[in-house]
Design a protein around this ligand. Structure first.
Ligand SMILES: [Cu+2]
Length: 308
């Protein structure tokens, strides 16, 4: 992305935070259009992670967010993605990664807030925790109204927080982890490799992006409200790009390959079955109900975009 495109993206995100919510009948605490997109993720968090439709649901969420940027905020480009392997390879300190630049990126870390052992049970080495201090998304220019709890009926204006954990970036956000993910033979094993296990013991590209930036106290580490951090969209677009790259290796079969549990963590199918192509997902008031087959190809069904 050039400077003009980067500025257009951050301007368009800020614009969405100034437009009134259209989903506040169901997401009662939502004030802005940006809240709508955070709120629908929050409301559905317990049903869209550790399931077969994790990747398609987030693909649909991203495409609908991009549509809002373009149709409601005069954004003329595509949703950007963040290929963190470039940054981990660069050898630069996380604070110096271009994506966090105050002038041309999304701003950097929050100030350090010490935590007790109880408050940081996994003992993560983290370096921030407070409100983001520079860049386009500082308080009160950028206001989040939902969270940090999962109750979307309450309006609670607060700042964006970040809590960089550079050791997690160095452990998870690597080309070798992408390669291992890309080498999975079928969708079931691919998506499990993306989500991996909910701990910090196995490197994973999904959790790696969330927790490297969000540590313990950062907005993007909050499972329900992670879209609060505008870097959420860039991280998930990169995961979606990796899924698409995997699909393109065998385009015909892999755009029809879906599996994984309907019920979170039900990998043994003890509670219910696996999702199939006619499984339905929705974005509530934010986007219509669709079937998974409509989300399998990024230029077919309800989607029309590409990665360059
Ligand atoms: Cu999510």
């Amino acid at each position: 992305m050039n400077m003009t495109e980067k500025k257009a993206y951050t301007d368009a995100v800020l614009c969405l935070t100034k437009k009134p919510s259209k989903a506040h009948c169901t997401i009662k605490g939502a004030k802005s259009r940006y809240d709508d997109f955070q709120g629908i993720h929050s409301a559905q968090t317990d049903f869209i992670h550790w399931v077969g439709h994790f990747l398609p649901w987030h693909r649909y969420h991203l495409a609908t967010f991009e549509k809002a940027l373009r149709e409601e905020c005069e954004y003329k480009y595509g949703l950007p993605y963040w290929d963190w392997t470039i940054d981990t390879k660069s050898g630069k300190r996380m604070d110096d990664w271009p994506v966090f630049d105050a002038a041309t990126g999304l701003g950097g870390n929050g100030p350090f807030i010490p935590l007790t052992k109880k408050e940081n049970p996994f003992g993560l080495i983290r370096t921030g925790g407070g409100c983001v201090r520079d860049g386009p998304f500082t308080w009160p220019n950028f206001v989040l109204n939902l969270g940090p709890t999962k109750d979307t009926s309450k309006t609670n204006p607060h700042c964006l927080t970040r809590d960089f954990a550079p050791t997690l970036a160095a452990f998870n956000l690597l080309e070798s982890v992408v390669d291992e993910t890309m080498s999975q033979p079928d969708f079931g094993s691919f998506t499990r490799r993306v989500e991996s296990v909910p701990s910090f013991t196995v490197p994973t590209i999904h959790g790696g992006g969330h927790f490297s930036v969000g540590g313990v106290l950062g907005s993007i580490s909050n499972a329900y409200n992670s879209p609060a951090d505008p870097i959420f969209w860039l991280h998930h677009a990169n995961l979606d790009r990796i899924w698409w790259n995997w699909q393109k290796q065998m385009i015909w079969s892999r755009t029809q390959d879906i599996s994984g549990p309907i019920v979170p963590f039900d990998y043994e199918n003890k509670a219910a079955g696996n999702v199939t192509l006619d499984f339905k997902v929705n974005l509530g008031e934010v986007g219509a109900e669709v079937q998974l087959w409509e989300l399998m190809h990024i230029q077919e069904g309800v989607l029309c975009y590409d990665y360059i």
